[in-house]
Structures are given as structure tokens and as C-alpha cells.
Design a protein around this ligand. Structure first.
Ligand code: KIV
Ligand code: ZN
Length: 385
């Protein structure tokens, strides 16, 4: 079993979600929870982007000790200098430099030739290594770049001192087959690739971020980057909790471990949702309210007999509460009986029938029957006698 490193960018790429703006205290609170969650690396922000972000990154770098803290910089000296001022107090100061490598970005955004991009990348990694012991280099828009050009560039950037190479699917364009193939190509065509961590970073524009990250892992990625709850630019980044749980549940297929303390998953997710205001959809995998709820009578009957009939993840594994018996119009008598028993009621069989009828007629008017509703039904049945 080899270990996959988890790089969390909730506080940088995640904060780039439109409408999200965290202050320094909120960022620090999330950073402390990420440390408890056990991520290997956290990207605290982009120090050159604003004075506030500089302060937030500095405070996190000075406070967090068990997790390596990194900051983002464009491939320009002033960004690197600013990042150094913010990160120099960290246990192991790390820098994350990015530069686009796709034809569309080089031509229209950077207005540089591929040769100029190659030279800038090497110069800026060399410059950063004069201060930072650890430098990650990202080929922005890697998934739309020329693989041969990318392979040559990566070899040079490693020689200049980068110890992590990240190949982002910046616009969420890749598919599992093409993204996985790109990782395999780099493994086979960059002579020094085994000396560094090879990282994936997926966006979710086509809803493929988890599948793409897993494809990268299958093809040699040793680090997965993403955010809690999948927040981030446009449709977001890959949801780290989904990747981590997929690796755990399907360890028969993925022979990898992570450093995450999975029982902190729900707490981490709730904190990020609360402080960012990005609410978690009910049906969101792993952390959504419905992830462990069963409504239909057939499913409820199944899980009451053996949870594994319809549950592949236990709520305990991710620190969530079990909500097995969701009381709605599809619920059956078996679940109803268990539910009222859980609430402390033992009724004679014909009374259970009466209460069940009353519950069913209420479900025609209400989508969810709460414990309070059931309590009222049960009180009515009892006072009728
Ligand atoms: O998606 C991306 O390309 C990024 C880079 C800055 C790494 O977030
Ligand atoms: Zn990104």
C-alpha cells in the first residue's frame, strides 16, 4: 500500500468560489480543522493577491505545525518575494508557482512563446529555491497542453529544484481516459519524474473531477489536490472527502492509503459550509444529509435486516450521524415500527396499524414527517383510548 498525499486548497482555490470571502480569523479556524483532519499540505492563500490574504497566510504559517503550509505565486519575482515574507515562519515553508503551458493560454493570456514559458518557469523555480526549501510547480491548463513540450519543461523544472509537479485540469476539460493517459505519458517520458511527487488537480466543469483524480492515481499520481465540499472556481474543485472515501472503500482496487482522519470528515465539511456560506446539497456524496438516509420501504426493510444491503459507507467512518429511517411517503411499516420503538413507544399490533395509517395520510401532505409529527400522531392514538 503506498500513501497518496492530500493537498488541500480550500483556503486558496476554494476561496476563489464566486461570492466567498473569508477573513483571517475564519481562515485560521478552517486551517486548524484541516490540521485535525490530517491533510499533508494546505494551501493557505495567495499572499500577493491582497494585504488581507497576506496576513491570513502569515498567521496560518506561524500557527500550524503538524501540516505543511504553502502559498501560491505567479511566476514573477515580486509574488515569490511576497510569499516568502508571508511563509518564512512556517515549519517547512513551501511555495506553489504556476505558469500556463497550453497554446491558448500562452498565446492569448501570457503572450509568450513556448520557449519563453520554459525559460521563465526554470528561472522562477531557481529563484524561489534560493529561499524556499520546497517548491511545487504547476503547469496551468496542463490537460490542454502539448504533452511532449510539457515533458521537456517538467524535466527542466525538476533540475531547477521543484520537488512537486502538478498537472492541473484547470478548466475541467479532461476525461478519465485522457487525464490518466497524460500521467502515464509523463511517467514514461520524464526521466527524473520518480524523484518528485506527481500531483493531480481537477476541476469539476463536466462533473468528472473525482473520476479524473482517481484515473491520475491509477496512472502514477502521488498527490491529490482538492477542496472540502468541492468548492472552487466555477463548478468547483474535486471534493477531497469524496476521493479519500473512494480510495478507502475501494482499497481492493486502489492499493493506497491517505493520512486523513476520516472521522473528522463531517466536522470539517460542516465548518467549511458554515464559514463560506456554500451550503451542502442534500444528496452530496459522503457529507450530504441524505448520504446515509433511506426512504423507500424496500430499502428501509433491507438496512434494518443488514445495513450493507444499501449502505457502502458507514456514517461512523466519516463522523456523520446515522439517519437510516427517513420518514416519508415511501416508508414502510417495518421502518415505521422501528422508528416509534426508537422513540420509546411500544404499541399493540392494531395500534401500530392505526398509527401507520395516520402517518401515511400525513405523508400525502408533507414531504418529510418529523419526530414531532410522529409524536403528535402517537399522542392522538393514545388519548383516543
Ligand atoms: O486550476 C489551476 O490550474 C490552479 C493553478 C493555480 C494550480 O488552480
Ligand atoms: Zn485550480
Amino acid at each position: 500500500m503506498s500513501r497518496i498525499k492530500i493537498f488541500d486548497t480550500t483556503l486558496r482555490d476554494g476561496e476563489q468560489s464566486p461570492g466567498v470571502n473569508l477573513n483571517a480569523l475564519e481562515k485560521l479556524e478552517i486551517a486548524k480543522q484541516l490540521e485535525r483532519f490530517g491533510v499533508d499540505r494546505m494551501e493557505a492563500g495567495f499572499p500577493a493577491s491582497s494585504k488581507g490574504d497576506f496576513q491570513a497566510v502569515k498567521q496560518i504559517a506561524d500557527t500550524i505545525h503538524a501540516t505543511s503550509v504553502t502559498g501560491l505565486a505567479r511566476a514573477v519575482k515580486s509574488d515569490i518575494d511576497t510569499a516568502w515574507d508571508a511563509l518564512r515562519g512556517a515549519e517547512e515553508p513551501c511555495l506553489h508557482i504556476f505558469l500556463a503551458t497550453s497554446p491558448i493560454h500562452m498565446t492569448y493570456k501570457l503572450k509568450k512563446t513556448p520557449e519563453q514559458v520554459m525559460e521563465t518557469a526554470v528561472d522562477m523555480v531557481t529563484y524561489a529555491r534560493q529561499r524556499f526549501p520546497k517548491v511545487e510547480w504547476s503547469a496551468e491548463d496542463a490537460s490542454r497542453s502539448d504533452w511532449d513540450f510539457l515533458a521537456q519543461l517538467i524535466e527542466k523544472v525538476i533540475a531547477a529544484g521543484a520537488s512537486v509537479i502538478n498537472l492541473p485540469d484547470t478548466v475541467g476539460y479532461a476525461t478519465p481516459a485522457t487525464y490518466g493517459e497524460m500521467f502515464r505519458y509523463m511517467k514514461e517520458n520524464v526521466p527524473s519524474i520518480d524523484k518528485v511527487d506527481l500531483s493531480c488537480h481537477c476541476h469539476n466543469d463536466l462533473g468528472l473531477a473525482v473520476a479524473n483524480s482517481l484515473a491520475a492515481v491509477e496512472n502514477g499520481a502521488t498527490q491529490v489536490e482538492g477542496t472540502i465540499n468541492g468548492i472552487g472556481e466555477r463548478a468547483g474543485n474535486v471534493a477531497l472527502e469524496e476521493v479519500a472515501v473512494a480510495l478507502k472503500i475501494r482499497s481492493d482496487f486502489y492499493p493506497h492509503t491517505t493520512s486523513l482522519n476520516l472521522s473528522e470528515t463531517k466536522r470539517t465539511s460542516d465548518l467549511v459550509a458554515k464559514l463560506t456560506g456554500m451550503h451542502i446539497p442534500r444528496n452530496k456524496a459522503v457529507v450530504g444529509r441524505n448520504a446515509f438516509a433511506h426512504e423507500s420501504g424496500i430499502h428501509q426493510d433491507g438496512v434494518l435486516k443488514n445495513k450493507e444491503t444499501y449502505e457502502i459507507i458507514t456514517p461512523e467512518m466519516v463522523g456523520a450521524k446515522s439517519d437510516t429511517l427517513f420518514m416519508g411517503k415511501h416508508s414502510g411499516r417495518h421502518a415505521f415500527k422501528e422508528k416509534i420503538k426508537d422513540m420509546g413507544y411500544e404499541l399493540a399490533e392494531e395500534k401500530v396499524g392505526e398509527a401507520f395509517e395516520a402517518f401515511k395520510s400525513l405523508t400525502d401532505r408533507k414531504k418529510e414527517v418529523t419526530d414531532d409529527d410522529l409524536f403528535t400522531i402517537l399522542m392522538n392514538i393514545q388519548t383516543e383510548n
